[in-house]
Design a protein around this ligand. Structure first.
Ligand code: CIZ
Ligand code: SF4
Length: 349
């Protein structure tokens, strides 16, 4: 096996050789050993938009998870190819909405609600789900534009089905003034609507999915920080539960979290509720502030971490040797419907 320095040399060598023909986007949740080589860092929306604007690039080696690489493929030309250094880099949230279940659930829900629903999907979803949403008049959303997209959706239909993250859906709808008793949860496993009131009152139907990383930030963690650090501000990602968001000082997308820390005066104290690699990087980049993770046990995204230096070096080496591995190619009929859902968001982003 190669030593770290050899692997790093390999990465640098291929980057040098390929120049503009290679684009290497890196998600904020990636390991330091990988993101040090990224041509751009960002959240999933920024990386998708940047990938789409790399007209010189023949190869995009995506340092992130599978759905992000799919989105990059959908938004780039036919002759540009997207690669994922480890095919096991999935997303447990995206996997919580598979297309068969979604189509079955949709039929049930349209019956229950008499054709009054528009589907929205968080970009953290498979290309097949994005295509389903695009075909049915809906759009994708990210955590930075979810509120605007929800408003748009209500200009189209009476009710929204929000996939696959119930927490982002609930937190965003709540911020828009929709009371919790007008939100129902759809459990796709038992095909059941979890709701107490009259069906006419339902405005938002939340797909019962979640992020297994952000669910690890609990009310008990918030209470502990309030006790141990009374002056500390708590900021969390809206993939955290409603209860945790409610008890925190601020909530916001990856970019909003980074901005809040950058704009805070020296000596500020923060507990951050988001993925571990990003929190650690923010801590390193802001020694003038006192920053901790909201959950002291830290919360890594295991699938993001599957992209490591050995996988990146292997992926680039195989590409340079003309036998590229792990191409991410979304079938063209799926891609064209998924693109409709993405475009409805991008024109408003
Ligand atoms: O939790 C994630 O995977 C996020 C926040 C992705 C992104 O950048 O939108
Ligand atoms: Fe998926 Fe959560 Fe990991 Fe993001 S942090 S890639 S939503 S499992």
């Amino acid at each position: 096996t190669m030593e770290t320095t050899e692997l790093e040399q390999k990465v640098l060598q291929v980057k040098r050789e390929m120049g503009e023909k290679l684009f290497l986007p890196g998600h904020h949740y990636q390991k330091d050993e990988v993101i040090q080589f990224a041509d751009a860092r960002g959240d999933s929306l920024k990386l998708a938009q940047l990938s789409a604007s790399q007209h010189e690039a023949e190869a995009i080696v995506f340092c992130g998870v599978h759905f992000m690489a799919e989105t990059a493929d959908i938004l780039t030309r036919e002759d540009q190819h997207v690669y994922l250094p480890d095919m096991r880099a999935g997303c447990s949230m995206a996997d919580m909405a598979n297309i068969q279940q979604t189509e079955k659930s949709w039929d049930r829900l349209m019956e229950l609600f008499d054709d009054t629903i528009l589907p929205l999907t968080y970009v953290n979803s498979t290309a097949a789900i994005k295509a389903f949403v695009g075909k049915n008049g809906g759009a994708t959303v990210t955590s930075s534009n979810a509120a605007d997209m929800l408003k748009w959706a209500f200009s189209q239909k009476e009710r929204i089905l929000f996939l696959p993250d119930q927490h982002l859906g609930r937190n965003t709808a709540y911020d828009l003034g929709i009371p919790l008793n007008q939100m129902a949860v759809w459990d796709p496993i038992v095909e059941e609507l979890l709701y107490d009131g009259p069906l006419e009152a339902v405005k938002v139907i939340l797909w019962k999915g979640h992020c297994s990383v952000h669910e690890n930030f609990r009310v008990a963690n918030v209470e502990q920080v309030r006790t141990d650090h009374p002056n500390m501000k708590i900021i969390v990602h809206p993939e955290c539960s409603r209860e945790v968001v409610e008890l925190s000082d601020l909530s916001g997308s990856t970019n909003a979290i980074i901005q809040a820390i950058e704009n805070a005066p020296p000596g500020s104290e923060w507990a951050i509720g988001t993925e571990m690699n990003l929190v650690n990087r923010i801590i390193q980049e802001h020694p003038e502030q006192h920053i901790i993770s909201l959950n002291p046990r830290m919360c890594p995204c295991l699938t993001m971490n599957r992209i490591d230096l050995p996988h990146l070096a292997w992926s680039l080496e195989s590409l340079a040797e003309g036998r590229p591995q792990n191409v991410i190619r979304v079938e063209s009929s799926v891609a064209s419907d998924a693109r409709k859902a993405l475009d409805r968001m991008l024109v408003r982003a």
